[in-house]
Design a protein around this ligand. Structure first.
Ligand SMILES: [Zn+2]
Length: 177
């Protein structure tokens, strides 16, 4: 789960070019082990990989193969994707709804941390999961409004990144140029 900070039109890179790695700030103390070496990083819960792991864990805890969420993957956990929980929720599956609600809280928690640290004008959320659009972003905004310091009076705009999954590669090319 990558992130970057833009200040006055320029990338803020810190003292050693690693600033802005919000995905590796901890949101669950002693939580899931992260590839960076820490435990409980935001990335472990709010990346697509994290969502897929949460989905599999919830399905194993609710192994009813006749439920909508299990039918969506033909009873095979290898078929779980970042969409599975959302599709299950839309099909009326309570396990899918619970996974999505938790995912929204994890995403909102990390975004509220960003707001409380930087109070940016805008947070652009990218990646494949953003294809869920307002299904995801509307409740995330409500969460951040509730959690941010000082209340919702000074609002950071939270929106879908226009370049979606291509943001990283386009950004890298422009940086090279
Ligand atoms: Zn990490």
């Amino acid at each position: 789960m990558g992130s970057g900070i833009i200040v006055d039109g320029k990338i803020y890179s810190g003292s050693n070019y690693c600033a802005g790695e919000m995905g590796h700030t901890v949101i669950v103390f002693n939580g899931r082990h992260c590839s960076c070496g820490r435990d409980g990083c935001w990335e472990c819960y709010s990346s697509a990989t994290g969502l897929i792991l949460s989905t599999k864990e919830a399905m194993l805890a609710h192994p009813d193969k006749e439920s909508p969420i299990w039918k969506l993957v033909d009873g095979n956990l290898d078929h779980v994707s970042g969409r599975t929980a959302f599709d299950a929720m839309r099909a009326g599956d309570p396990v899918g709804k619970k996974i999505v609600d938790e995912y929204i809280a994890y995403l909102g928690c990390g975004l509220a941390n960003c707001v409380n640290t930087l109070q940016p004008d805008i947070l652009c959320v990218g990646g494949g999961i953003c294809n869920e659009g307002e299904t995801l972003l509307a409740p995330v905004r409500e969460y951040v409004d509730r959690e941010q310091y000082g209340g919702a009076k000074v609002r950071t705009k939270i929106c879908k990144a226009q370049l979606g999954n291509d943001a990283g590669i386009i950004g890298a090319a422009l940086l090279g140029k």
